[in-house]
Design a binder for this molecule. Sequence first.
Ligand code: ARG
Length: 567
Amino acid sequence: MDLKLEIANSIAAACGVAADEIAAAIEVPANSDMGDYAYPCFKLAKVLRKAPPLIAQEIGEKLQLPVGISEMKIVGAYINFFMDKPFYAKQVLQSVLEQGADYGKSEKGTGKTIVIDYSSPNIAKPFHVGHLRSTVIGNALYQIHRALGYHCVGINHLGDWGTQFGKLIVAYKKWGSQEAVEKDGIQELMRIYVKFHDEAANEPALEDEARLWFVKMQDGDTEALTLWKWFYDISIREFERVYDMLGVKFDAYTGESFYNDKMAPVVEELEQKGLLVESEGAKIVDLSDENMPPCLIIRKDGGTLYATRDITAALYRKKTYDFDKCIYLTALDQNLHFAQWFAVIHKMGYDWYQDLIHVPFGLVSLESGKLSTRHGNVVLMEELLHQAIAETQKIIEEKNPSLPDKETVAQKVGIGAVIFNDLYNTRIKDVVFSWERMLNFDGETGPYVQYTHARACSILKKVPDCKTEDLQTASFAKLDDEATLQVCKLLEAFPSKIEDAAAKLEPYLLTRHLVAIAQAFNKFYHDNPILNSADDVRFARLAVVLAVKTVLSSGLALLGIESPEQM
Ligand code: ARG
């Protein structure tokens, strides 16, 4: 039901001007006392050669109200339209209840593939809060696109290859031990890696040794690869603990090492296409015509680089998945890196370079002093998530100590709060961690939306005999108040918000819409008695409650957040 179009058709019939022209001028008044839609007659003055208020009068006399509009008021040059609230509520609520968890989903992306490169931490290094954003935004974009019918391929492009692993092998052989690495995992690997850098400052020969070990890795040397694989496994085990907590999964863990044996033909292709030039012993692609520094492909010592692997990975992904879009989630400090190698793909003659999209985001900062950490400036993800859960536990103890299964709820709410906080603003804005703000049950937060969902669940539980079918066929005639109308408008807009979030690659458009629904619902709940109302009204209002519960829960799921039924 497109009311705007219906109104435009009626006006067109009354004045003889084309409906699409009229539709384009229809407004939604900021103040709903002025109606739900308004048509200003100014533009018609030229065509009809009359004063706008007179035109409004004349149209008003002739106009047939379309179905869905219950009233019209002429105010000066404006024709204001008021929606038939019960009629509208019925349309929206029935459609939500009929489709249930599928409401908002569509087939718009069917047949299209989107590759999403996200999280992608570096092995043997701690998974820090910076990687949180890539993980959380990437996962939300994955869920959002999947809901629109796209075939999604989630890839963890681990930083698991490069000279740094040569350094790590040297460091391990000199200052490490199997026991220590087994006991302390990534932390111990970090310790010896840092030591390598301290020592190499005075003893440059260490760097040569490291390069040699990386060359051995590239050539398939067993000892080198066994050590590397061990570091890899240890890292993945730690990362997976974090992914489990966040509820994030990947379709492929094809990190940089995966491309080791696939780079030579790509370098060859660059050579053949005349794109590689020698520069101080290295091989580069000149990008001066694009006003960018050159893209380094092969180092002086023969080693490949981050960009070499990204170019190779893009070609591999195009061949393997034939993607319509391949998106990359990293902090904005990698803007140049992506612009450079996208330009190389362009120069290679692949017009799909346009389907490679870097989706940058801002930094994470910590409200100083509020976030305890034993690790100086590096805040570990795992620690942060545990802290979120602990803080939530404290709040639950205070607010609802008799809640069953407190631990699970604290987990869902604490982690949900972290994710929600990350997705609340446009990506490029920095994220600030403030426990107080993130966990405020009355703020624009994850816990607030989850709490609203739980409230809806608890209302529904109080009417154990109410079945979805009964609610679908309730009498909606009494749903004629403003608060209900607002809830219904937001529910109706939900599917388009999912589409907007996908089109702009901005999950916050959805996040904020969920807050708006929660706020509108709480007003509805405050204004309208539900359980104590007359039979016919009660079921209609319970239909609102069920529809809101349904949409909040699917909306949260699209963001990667769970919705506990009680909290
Ligand atoms: N490992 C990189 C980092 O932590 C991110 C990789 C992003 N993906 C890519 N295909 N370059 O900075």
